[in-house]
Design a protein around this ligand. Structure first.
Ligand code: MG
Length: 304
């Protein structure tokens, strides 16, 4: 180990010990009954494109407005070609673009330079379109398990990721939007699984254009939904995905498993003002399951 790395490691050790020592107090104060609960925080519900019944965007948006859904999360693929279509369909409505879900080619941790270039090019095209649409950001995963060859899970790779995200975040800021890191469960992405880890990457990138999110489906990796969202806070938390917690269907379709109250309590306490967006399948009749899911999460938000 060279001197620079020794000092970095040693000071990290001291910092970690200091945090561990003080953590007992701060965590207990977060979880105590006296913690401030912001009951007046509004729940901004968003749908991905496949959630609402309807053939056209206009039919879907009519349905969403009836339900009081205020956000729309399109996929990022070919987004630049859809900017006008989406802007036209949203004109005069009480619905805004929430986030953009991925849609790029390649991946940021690719070993193959052609894959990395494909990512850089297509991701920037999507970011530019996201800015035109007023999106809160573009969701990305550093590498799915199946994306190979991938840079190894080492300290050097993390440093590489932080450097690359800094460049991407600066570009996103110029476009008026952000990039949003999404942690997934270990079956899909062992590299980034926890909301707090994504938030720590954002902290190290230190650019307002790099944010993170939590997906209640993938958050089965977390020991606590509450702690996960508190760790990210409003400084880094930019988006939330919803699904049932057994089979990734409509919230409520997995019965008692579909409890979001602990996570919602954290969102209310931090004053989360972005979107809670449906990304899920549907077991039952969409016309019945979708309104029931909206009602369920509204009642759990009230309870939180
Ligand atoms: Mg998701």
């Amino acid at each position: 180990m060279d001197r620079r790395n020794f000092i970095k490691t040693s000071s990290f050790g001291l910092t970690a010990a200091a945090v561990a020592g003080s953590g007992v107090v701060s965590l207990s104060s977060c979880c105590g009954k006296s913690a401030p609960v912001k009951k007046d925080v509004s729940l901004n519900i968003s749908f991905q494109e496949g959630i609402a019944p309807g053939e056209s965007l206009n039919e879907k948006f009519d349905y969403m407005e009836e339900l009081g859904v205020v956000g729309f999360e399109p996929g990022g693929r070919d987004l630049a070609k859809r900017v006008q279509e989406i802007q036209d369909a949203l004109k005069g409505r009480n619905i805004k673009v929430s986030a953009i879900c991925a849609g790029f080619d390649g991946f940021i941790l690719a070993e193959d330079p052609a894959e990395k270039t494909a990512f850089d090019t297509t991701m920037r095209e999507i970011i530019a379109a996201a800015g035109q649409l007023g999106s809160t950001g573009v969701i990305m995963v550093p590498a799915f398990n199946g994306q190979l060859p991938c840079k190894p899970h080492t300290r050097e790779t993390r440093e590489f990721l932080v450097d690359e995200l800094a460049k991407l975040g600066e570009y996103a800021l110029k476009c008026g939007t952000t990039v949003i890191l999404e942690p997934l469960n270990r079956e899909e992405c062992h590299y980034l699984r926890l909301v707090s880890d994504a938030a720590a990457i954002c902290r190290d990138v230190n650019c307002e254009g790099v944010k993170c999110m939590g997906d209640f489906w993938h958050m089965k990796e977390e020991t606590s939904d509450y702690a996960a969202f508190i760790a990210a806070g409003t400084k880094y938390l930019q988006h939330v995905h919803m699904a049932s917690r057994g089979n990734r269907c409509m919230p409520g379709e997995d019965g008692d498993k579909d409890n979001y109250v602990d996570g919602f309590r954290a969102l209310k306490e931090i004053g989360y003002d972005k979107y809670v967006s449906f990304e899920c399948g549907c077991k039952g009749e969409r016309e019945i399951s979708v309104p029931a899911a909206v009602e369920l999460i509204r009642s759990q938000w009230e309870q939180a």
